[in-house]
Design a protein around this ligand. Structure first.
Ligand SMILES: [Zn+2]
Length: 298
């Protein structure tokens, strides 16, 4: 073989190697572009098959997906910046279930006191009961502020009630219905079985059916889930909640959870069962699990 021919062979091998390398680069580029296009949506499915769905931090997103309470903890920041500029953690949730079958423990009334904060009077229209769970505070005040900024006169009427106040309300209802405690309990919860004893819910503007015909109610139906609140006792779920339809009573569960509950058309009772969540979860609040609500208060 001549020197010339050997050089020609070497050149050809180098050329083939270069073409192969170029092809490899092109294939990788195409794969990357396809992957980017596929992930163009806001939702990224969690690969660890835990069922968790991560929601992007896009504040304008109306995605109804959620990371459920049972799913693994992920550190992806997920926030909703409200129209009045408050930053809320969409993953923060409080799923404590309180009803006739799941009453609060006897010591709850004392222990919950350290978690209560005063609601500023610009957000409420009742001086008799004025406190809310401090973890719910940033969400409820941001919600009321957003409604008021739109010209809707939403106000907190009845948030936290002590055992004593609940007992007083219940006894009045018992008297009203001629002494039938079971009948009374369908309208006013027995003390210890009312969400109002937790500070995680509130009645708005009035505890009256008239609320359903107000623009406050319409606004809540459209926006409450963005602030983590659900209509707790819907008209068509009385057999499940055991409580009459209350258009004025809204419960904080958490933003992502509220959206999921609404999308699934469930009550808190049904959601807790579906997700196999301990009804007594977060009984006294847990500062270590979620620091965000605290930070927002500051
Ligand atoms: Zn209520």
């Amino acid at each position: 073989m001549t020197e010339k021919r050997r050089k020609a062979i070497i050149r050809r091998r180098i050329f083939i190697a270069l073409v192969a390398a170029l092809l490899a680069v092109i294939i990788v580029l195409v794969a990357v572009i396809v992957a980017i296009i596929k992930n163009g949506s806001n939702i990224n499915n969690d690969d660890n098959s835990s069922g968790a769905v991560l929601v992007s931090s896009d504040a304008s997103s109306n995605q109804s997906d959620t990371s459920s309470a049972e799913s693994e903890v992920d550190d992806t920041p997920s926030v909703f910046v409200t129209p009045t500029g408050v930053t809320l953690d969409t993953k923060f949730s409080r799923l404590l279930l309180i009803n006739g079958e799941h009453p609060l423990p006897d010591d709850y009334d004392t222990n919950v006191r350290e978690y209560l904060v005063e609601i500023d009077d610009q957000y409420r229209n009742n001086d008799y009961v004025t406190q809310i769970h401090k973890e719910v505070y940033p969400y409820i005040t941001a919600m009321v502020a957003a409604a008021q900024a739109e010209g809707v006169n939403l106000q907190v009427w009845s948030p936290f009630r002590s055992y004593a106040i609940q007992n007083d309300l219940f006894q009045r209802q018992v008297n009203r219905v001629g002494g039938d405690e079971d009948l009374a309990a369908t309208v006013v919860a027995r003390p210890g079985t009312s969400e109002h004893n937790t500070g995680l819910c509130a009645d708005f503007n009035m505890a009256s059916d008239a609320f359903e015909n107000t623009d406050m109610y319409t606004w809540m139906c459209e926006n409450a889930e963005d602030y983590g609140f659900i209509l707790r006792y819907p008209k068509d779920k009385i057999d499940i909640t055991g409580v009459i339809y209350e258009s004025w009573h809204w419960r904080f569960v958490g933003i992502d959870v509220a959206k999921e509950i609404n999308e699934l058309g469930l009550t808190l009772e049904e959601y807790i069962e579906l997700k196999n969540i301990d009804p007594a979860i977060d009984m006294y609040g847990d500062d270590s699990a979620n620091g965000t609500a605290e930070q927002i208060i500051d």
